[in-house]
Design a binder for this molecule. Structure first.
Ligand code: UTP
Length: 475
């Protein structure tokens, strides 16, 4: 095959002619692959992005009117709020029972920090049995299905890099007991990596270096894949969105779902009180009447450290990336088959093919990956809602093998959450002097989804005590 003339002209006008450097050496299928990748790139757009995001560093402009975002507190503070929360809880249950809610896991990331060979969702996070992240979510959905008498749909976003491994994993595990039809995989878009000199990097002679286009890519991918249409057909209109590395997620949180609905929100968010001014969570802010998130690295020191009269951080509201998104909102945003969210630059060490055709692995960052972020949809929403939640009940991210936000901290939080549920149900659980649980506990969400389930299970199975050093696996 020969390269399409118009495409070739676009490539050359954008100063990217080097991507065809090895064209004459390639066989037919390699040419097809490279041409296919190049056809998907808007070279005029790329020529605009490179000076803005790659050869210079984009500056985040902090608006003059920036203020901390309002939010609903974890515990209602007034009688009016108490009544609203009670109504919202009931409404949430009603919506779950009516099958208006579906689940969405973003699992297209590369999980570089975890350094695990395979899709992150296949990581064995269970503290005792090594139950995988995907298994945790699937078991949640199974139990929620029994509880609310609904066959919930679960949408999973993969990337070109992990789609095959992910779908195979589900097939091998028999969809963890879910019906195959309940699970819908869709693949997000890619962006080409760009060297610091503004030139696209080749990952091989017949391939650009491509990576997933960020979790902001979810919105357009939902439309392009037909997922949005599928949701419309099945009648779901509230999408419960969470990240693949957070097995503590409370994906059927009736209060959150109910408030989202009663507030007529198009997009809602869970907020956590930050543990310190520089905790690595995005900050909920408002500007020009719109909710937005300023990344932790972009919030100026004087704002990050600002406190109120009581000494509490003014910008206390951190984002754990837990959202409810209305299907209609996504439909509106993507109606033209396009969605322009801002890009975010990440400096990375990107393996590439050098000018002599040899593979090179840089020791230092050599280029930029551009990603869009889901939270940039918040300011586009007509109405939004933010609810404070207890971190210990909703957020245990598995980003690193050890240390902060790690496999270790996640397992400890899973054990703590399950121990608390048992304790609330009257079980005595051995604890160390520092208050941490002195036992290994792992509970399948297929059996115990919430405190109500825990109380029943404990009673039915006559569990009274978890002794020091004991290992308890339920399910
Ligand atoms: P992170 O930003 O933590 O990235 O993604 P990551 O890929 O998991 O890990 P690192 O940064 O390479 O170590 C947060 C969530 O967004 C998803 C991830 O799968 C994770 O659930 N994500 C991220 C996507 O689905 N697509 C993307 O392009 C990026």
């Amino acid at each position: 095959m020969t390269i399409d003339k118009e495409l070739e002209n676009n490539i050359i006008s954008a100063g990217q002619g080097h991507v065809l450097q090895y064209w004459n050496e390639l066989d037919e299928s390699s040419r097809k692959q490279l041409a296919g990748q190049l056809e998907k790139i808007n070279f005029a757009e790329l020529a605009r992005l490179i000076p803005e995001y790659v050869t210079s560093r984009p500056k985040t402009v902090i608006p003059d009117d920036l203020a901390p975002a309002p939010y609903f507190p974890m515990t209602p503070e007034t009688q009016e709020q108490k009544e609203l929360y009670a109504r919202a809880y009931e409404r949430g249950i009603e919506l779950l029972k009516a099958g208006k809610v579906c689940f969405l896991t973003v699992a297209g990331g590369q999980g570089t920090r975890l350094g695990f060979d395979g899709p992150k969702g296949t990581y064995p996070i269970g503290p005792v049995t090594g139950r995988t992240l995907f298994a945790y979510f699937a078991q949640n959905i199974l139990r929620a299905g029994q509880k609310y008498q609904v066959k919930f749909s679960w949408y999973i976003m993969t990337s070109l890099l992990n789609n095959e491994a992910t779908t195979r994993f589900f097939a091998e595990n028999n969809y963890f007991g879910l019906d195959k039809e309940q699970v819908f995989f869709f693949t997000q878009g890619t962006m080409p990596a760009i060297g610091y000199d503004g030139k696209l990097l080749l990952g091989a002679k017949d391939s650009l270096s491509l990576s997933p286009d960020g979790h902001g890519g979810t919105l357009l991918a939902l439309r392009k894949s037909g997922a949005l249409k599928r949701m419309e057909d099945e009648g779901t209109n509230i999408i419960s969105y969470f990240q693949v590395d957070n097995p503590l997620i409370k994906m059927t949180n009736p209060l959150f779902i109910g408030l989202h609905d009663l507030e007529n929100a198009e997009m809602s968010a869970v907020m956590l009180a930050k543990t310190n001014a520089y905790e690595k969570l995005g900050n909920f802010c408002v500007s020009n009447g719109r909710l937005n998130i300023i990344e932790y690295s972009d919030l100026p020191k004087e704002l990050a450290e600002k406190t109120d009269a009581s000494g509490k951080l003014c910008y206390i509201a951190g984002s754990p990336a837990i959202h409810l998104i209305s299907r209609d909102f996504i439909g509106r945003l993507t109606s033209g088959g396009e969605l322009k969210l801002p890009w975010h630059r990440a400096d990375k060490k990107i393996p590439f093919i050098d000018a002599n055709g040899n593979p090179a692995t840089p020791a230092e960052p050599n280029g930029v990956k551009l990603e869009s972020f889901i939270f940039d949809a918040l300011p586009l929403a007509g109405r939004t809602m933010v609810l404070e939640c207890d971190r210990n009940e909703v957020f245990a991210p598995t980003k690193n093998p050890t240390g902060v936000d790690s496999v270790e901290s996640c397992r400890a939080m899973l054990i703590e959450r399950d121990a608390k549920r048992l304790e609330k149900a009257g079980v005595c659980v051995a604890r160390k002097a520092d208050g941490s649980v002195d036992a290994l506990i792992e509970i399948s969400p297929a059996l115990i989804l919430d405190e109500e389930d825990a109380a029943k299970y404990v009673k039915d199975n006559n569990i009274t005590c978890v002794k020091a050093g004991e290992t308890l696996v339920i399910g």
